[in-house]
Design a protein around this ligand. Structure first.
Ligand code: NAD
Length: 505
């Protein structure tokens, strides 16, 4: 028996096969729970339930205001259970309790509130200018797409679930969600809370837990699915596109990154150092838009590098449930191994890091120290180095010198990715010119990691397709229909366009 159930067709259920898998606290390696391990059969059932709810159920026909009420009730439910959800999120993902309490859980709640507001305020119909020839009235209808699936990574499991569920439901779609196997608990918990509160008609929301190779592939390829929203690695994103192309499904892809945080010589160096360290090491570097390349102007380079090393040494690693911990364990031992491989490569490519570089010594008793990794900084890194080009997804910063603003922009853009970036500067006009030159979906000036539901988020280049959040993140869940009305309901002569275009009809 699993400790948590999946949500399919309004019922909280085990996997059809009865199989389960274990999930662990990476801080201690203690088992947290047995979770149902869905297979293809469960994925198909969930898609069928969503299809039925969309084709026959009330949800797509509700007014935006009615849907908004339900989404606000979900937001309130998250708020009422915030402490419990934050603790589960921290335990399961290794993210700190501070991050879970101040960012993940309130961020998920805000996403439901934002999309409730859009459901209520965005019109379902918009007039088009009248056409002169042929004489007609024209308007747009905005309609839901149908069944929308969402595939979620392990780094921000709860907020990513909210980013997939809230806009899909707000626009009148029905949804099937699959969190990553390392971190499925909070999405299952949310499904349980929503079901017990009886907030949604059966089948409107379905939540599965299981492997990407079977469940994820079904969600991306099943012909009954109308849209796939995927957040994860660029490699799997390519596969999702291939799978979705079989029935020409629209995809939203939020993929990897190797973002540049540019420090100009007029920056307040203390503030900029905080921005670079927060930009890289927040959540142990397991953030898609982390500023893992710090581009630092040469005239301030030495001073800035020693500031970075000094302050990085003050970052506290420890139990993720301790409010004073800055970085907890990485999500899984495998993520530490990936980081170790890249740090070994960095040693070959550029030499010894100025700080970090290994599993930390001296962690409190009882912690699984093999799942932690020190904040690590390589300096004088050529942008062509693999550690500057490839996404590591661990706490590793590459510092790269530059001379002119144009050179900084060119280095920043010399990447297959284009997710985000930062500019640290005392001159806002200069900083905005640099920001304008960066080919990325977001640029933060004198800030980093500032994402909120009202603002669009997504990538250029191989960082993805489409935008989540903002009004853009609502529009991607709606179809646009053009309706043309000839007001003359009879009389062949009124249809002059027929004879104009085809004389013999
Ligand atoms: P991943 O690509 O390994 O997995 C993401 C999800 O896809 C998981 O739920 C997984 O089970 C599923 N999956 C795996 N193989 C699949 C397949 N063949 N078909 C369908 N689904 C499949 O990513 P991850 O390791 O969980 O997360 C880290 C990656 O996510 C990083 O590359 C990071 O940059 C990216 N990410 C991007 C954003 C963004 O908004 N751009 C946000 C967070 C994470």
């Amino acid at each position: 028996m699993a400790d948590y159930k999946m949500l399919i067709g309004g019922e909280l259920v085990e996997a059809a096969s009865g199989e389960t898998f274990e999930t662990f606290n990476p801080g201690t390696n203690e088992k947290l729970a047995d979770l149902p391990r869905a297979g293809k059969e469960d994925a198909v059932k969930a898609i069928e339930a969503a299809r039925k709810a969309f084709d026959e159920g009330p949800w797509p026909k509700l007014s935006g205001k009615e849907r908004a009420e339900k989404l606000r009730a979900i937001a309130a439910l998250i708020g009422d259970n915030a402490a419990m959800l934050a603790e589960l999120e921290a335990l399961d993902s290794g993210g700190t309790i501070r991050k879970a309490s101040l960012a993940d859980v309130p961020g998920a709640q805000q996403a439901f509130e934002w999309f409730a507001k859009l459901a209520e305020e965005q019109p379902d119909r918009a007039d088009l200018p009248p056409a002169v020839f042929p004489q007609s009235e024209n308007y747009r209808l905005y309609e839901p797409l149908g069944v929308c699936t969402g595939i979620i990574p392990w780094n921000f499991p709860f907020i990513m679930a909210a980013w997939k569920i809230a806009p899909a439901l707000a626009a009148g779609n029905c949804s099937v969600i699959k969190p990553a196997s390392y971190t499925s608990i909070t999405a299952l918990k949310l499904a349980q809370l929503i079901t017990e509160a009886d907030l949604l008609p059966p089948g409107v929301l379905n939540v599965l837990a299981g492997p990407g190779g079977t469940v994820g592939e079904e969600l991306a390829s099943n012909p009954m699915v109308d849209k796939v929203a995927f957040t994860g690695s660029t490699e799997v994103g390519r596969r999702i596109m291939q799978l979705a192309s079989g029935t020409v499904k629209p995809v939203t892809l939020e993929l990897g990154g190797k973002s540049a945080n540019i420090v100009l010589d007029d920056a307040d160096l203390d503030l900029a150092a905080a921005g670079v360290l927060f930009g890289t090491f927040f959540h142990g570097g397991q953030v898609c838009e982390s500023g893992t390349r710090a581009l630092v102007q040469r005239s301030i380079y030495d001073e800035f590098v020693s500031l970075l090393a000094d302050r990085a040494g003050k970052i506290v690693l420890g139990n993720q449930l301790d409010m004073m911990t800055d970085i907890g364990p990485l999500v899984h031992r495998s993520q530490v191994e990936t980081t170790e491989r890249y740090v070994a490569l960095g040693r070959e490519e550029v030499g010894e890091p100025i700080c970090g570089g290994s599993i930390p010594a001296g962690l409190p008793e009882g912690l699984a120290k093999e799942n932690f990794f020190e904040p690590t900084i390589f300096v004088d890194v050529p942008n062509s180095a693999k550690i500057a080009q490839e996404e590591i997804f661990g706490p590793v910063l590459c510092v790269i010198p530059f001379d002119t603003d144009e050179e900084a922009i060119a280095i920043a853009n010399d990447s297959i990715y284009g997710l985000a970036g930062g500019v640290q500067s005392g001159n806002l006009e200069r900083a905005q010119k640099v920001a304008a030159g960066m080919r990325t979906g977001t640029v933060w000036i004198n800030d980093y990691h500032m994402i909120s539901p009202e603002r669009p988020f997504g990538g250029y280049k191989q960082s993805g397709i489409g935008r989540e959040l903002g009004t853009e993140g609502f529009d991607i869940y709606r179809q646009v229909k053009h309706v043309h009305v000839n007001p003359e309901t009879s009389g062949r002569n009124n249809h002059i366009q027929y004879s104009a275009l085809s004389a013999n009809i």
